[in-house]
Design a protein around this ligand. Sequence first.
Ligand SMILES: [Zn+2]
Length: 140
Amino acid sequence: MHSNASTPDHQCPTPRRGSAVEHITVGDPSVLRHRRSGTLVHVVQRLQRSRRKGARLPAHTVVVSRPTKWGNPHSLDLGRVEAVRRYRDDLLAGRLDITVAHVRNELRGRDLACYCPLDEPCHADVLIEVANGQPSAGVV
Ligand SMILES: [Zn+2]
């Protein structure tokens, strides 16, 4: 019996940039090659949108800021940590317009972009984690 389903101690994952992969030059800095297998791996990352007019994002990037369906409905007035925590809880509990299945199907392997500074918590971290995590990981 789990009376408390939330995981407040969860830390957002850091990009895995271990020794098993190395950069190759294919014009995309996020495409890496597995050193042993030679397999090309796209390393998912979070990008910061620019508010500059005409600013471009890489083609495979999905914008998840508001007002897209992926946006965080919780106000940053709560504080970033709390707003992101609530987003995570709501997503896993099925209280958002989008579900874990949507996230997995549509965002897996994609880079996500939001306006948040990269060194601040962002709901995009939750989306990246859920989209690319193990099928049962973190879902209650
Ligand atoms: Zn954000």
